[in-house]
Design a protein around this ligand. Structure first.
Ligand code: 5AD
Length: 357
């Protein structure tokens, strides 16, 4: 093993800050050996803060209308093959009711950027959920909005927001998105969310078109500096109705390595084993947990619309990844010596970290 790789591993294991070159060395050094070493270390540090607990989030995909035209995404505006749907307020509340009975204490409302869901409509929905389920956390994933909008949603009761940055390299951002979208605005949104007081999640696709190891190192540097509470990563998976239909998918191996790196960079990070990971590989989500992830987000959307929230081809949505199969999921997690818990699963504050240390 070369010196820079050995040094980078040692720094990562000590949770020290890494340079761009050191991240590159880790990514270039991806091998079964390296993945095993880092997964072992990631597991140790995760157990220190979380034990064997895996948090669950009930994912409600409430609209697949989207005004954006991201080149990788199956629900992009110009995909006229997408069958569009949006849930009513009552349908969303029914998902929450079922989810609560199943043991979910976090609801993630995720949707395309659908202008129908104005601040007025959205704050009303958030306030209702907050009122009906005061023991639950509400996470939103609604894309880019104004700071005023984020503020109003926060005041209505949403405490967490997921907005993947997609890539921390501006030129790459422009290759993945139409000219109507901008890297600067994306980053501004993330900063606004943090300034308001949300627990914030960013993230990126692994193996997205044009992505290089240097770009992935930029993503890690950005995360190291931004210190989000959550990071969502999953492999890029091509969708037939997008311009990237011929592009190669991201790999399980790269995603697992990155999960371990992220866990070691930020030991208390909320890190989901995503649906995309479960889609590209058998037991992908279990493998993600073993590599350092500590969150799973089963689908709580009505079964009738699940197939329509098609961000990429063959997305799993009706099997054991669905919320209704929570017992199967619990069994799978027990099988790898983890347990899912009935808990909001909040980010651990930095105060606690110094106390725990
Ligand atoms: N493959 C994998 N992930 C995708 N996303 C969108 N399209 C794809 C795809 N083809 C991810 C994006 C987005 C999140 C909701 O889903 O990163 O932020």
């Amino acid at each position: 093993m070369n010196t820079i790789l050995t040094n980078s591993i040692n720094k990562l294991i000590r949770h020290e800050l890494l340079t761009h070159g050191e991240f590159v060395a880790l990514l270039q050094g991806n091998s079964e050996d390296l993945r095993k070493t880092l997964a072992y270390e990631a597991d140790q540090v995760r157990r220190k803060y979380f034990g064997n607990r895996v948090y669950i989030r009930g994912l409600i995909e409430f609209t697949n209308y989207c005004k954006n035209d991201c080149l990788y995404c199956g629900i992009r505006y110009s995909n006229s093959n997408a069958e569009r749907y949006r849930l009513t307020e009552d349908e969303i509340l029914l998902c929450c009711e079922q989810g609560h009975a199943l043991g979910f204490r976090t609801f993630v409302l995720q949707g395309g950027e659908d202008p129908y869901f104005t601040d007025e409509r959205m704050t009303k929905i958030v306030a209702k959920i907050h009122h009906l389920y005061p023991d639950c956390a509400i996470t939103l994933s609604l894309g880019e909005r104004s700071k005023e909008s984020y503020q109003a949603l926060y005041e209505a009761g949403a405490e967490r927001y997921l907005l993947r940055h997609e890539t921390a390299t501006k030129a790459h951002y422009d290759q993945l998105h139409p000219s109507s979208m901008s890297f600067e605005h994306r980053m501004q949104c993330l900063q606004d969310l943090k300034d308001i007081g949300y627990q914030v999640g960013c993230g990126f696709m692994v193996g997205s078109p044009f992505q290089t190891i240097e770009m992935l190192a930029n993503d890690l540097l950005f995360i190291q500096e931004f210190r989000p509470h959550m990071v969502g990563i999953g492999p890029f998976i091509s969708h037939t109705d997008t311009p990237f239909r011929e592009n190669k998918n991201g790999t399980l191996e790269d995603t697992l390595l990155l999960l371990s790196i992220l866990r070691l960079m930020q030991p208390t990070l909320l890190l989901p084993a995503t649906t995309a990971l479960g889609t590209i590989a058998f037991n992908g989500r279990e493998q993600g947990i073993l590599a350092g992830a500590n969150v799973v987000m089963p689908n709580l959307s009505p079964v009738s619309v699940r197939k329509q929230y098609s961000l990429y081809d063959n997305k799993i949505c009706t099997g054991e990844e669905s919320a209704q199969c929570i017992n199967c999921l619990a069994g799978r997690m027990n099988g790898i010596d983890y347990e899912i818990v009935v808990d909001r699963g909040d980010a651990i504050s930095s105060n606690c970290i110094s106390l725990c240390d």
